[in-house]
Design a protein around this ligand. Sequence first.
Ligand code: NPQ
Ligand code: MG
Length: 382
Amino acid sequence: MKIDRVTLYHLRMSLCTPFETSFGRIHERECILLAVRAEGLTGYGECVADRDPGYAYETVGTAWHILRDFLVPAVMGQELTGPADFQARAARVRGHNMAKAGLELALWDLAGQRAGRSLRDLLGGARERVEVGVSVGIQPSPDALAETVDGYLAQGYGRIKIKIKPGHDVVETRAVRRAFPDIRLQVDANSAYALVPAGAPASADALLPLDDLNLLLIEQPLAEDDLWDHSRLQRRFRTPLCLDESIHAVRHARQALEMAACRVINIKPGRVGGLGEAVAIHDLCRAAGVPVWCGGMLETGVGRAANLALASLPGFTLPGDISASDRYYAQDITHESFTLNPDSTITVPTAPGLGVTVDTAALARFTVAELALEAPHTARHR
Ligand code: NPQ
Ligand code: MG
């Protein structure tokens, strides 16, 4: 496929309710939507970098720069055989996985549309529906948290993840476990603790009581660049540790398993540079008998559709952070919205490519900046 135009849309979307994690509280989500035109078709991708570098170093600003100045020029006007071909060309850009994944996703959408096949089929997915859960932000009090969790359980979510941070961890988790003794429950610290504290991060010793609360897993307690300390910490827990921020490539996943730094891996296409790498991590973990699940980045309908396709692969044996569209947004940019089935699943799209269509009026409403990049016209006729 020969790409002749790429349009970047910087979006700002209001959240239904503010979302608080150990790295901050947001009321609005920003991201970049990409529209890639080739052979008369338009493929869509989503770059999950946010306004601020709180979850990861990438931001909308850095991703915009890397896409505009390096990744888009590497593919513009070129004859690409597919997403893997793009990754080979993108390898000269070090890092910036979210920027790479956003462009790669649009190429997967194009590849699927051209072949008349769904993204699920292209990736090797099998399931028609995937099990999902909800990620609950930090709440003002343990009672407020239990009440919020109760609301999501009433909506039908069969797995709850609660965000924790120093000072809002064991008491909160215990309150939820007491109120709901049998639910599938897990926690996510987003790197807020340290094995050997030196200054700001609190000691991970504070988390030891969590081991008695029958949690599915404890996600990313320590720093992103800290596989070794995660392996030391895992030895002190019966509960599986799960890595999110630490895993940026299949190589990190292999090393984490070799050093027993975790027993579960959260896979996010944006964090690992795209769906190709996400599938490779899935394959590695499946061969090793290690469960994986699909994380979430408060995606629009575009990124949500991609996550559903990915999570339909057989190794995704734990529920994903792929909630219904209305968990985050009153209005989305796709015509299709995703709803929760009564069995805490969401149905995977099966139409060609991503299987969703972009609502251009909604897109225009959320766009704060737009940039169209075109291939130079090489053939001029007079
Ligand atoms: C996680 N996601 O698993 C992430 C963290 C996260 C659903 O818990 C803006 C940008 C807001 C990135 C909120 C969930 C975010 C964000 C949370 C990432 O760690
Ligand atoms: Mg996480």
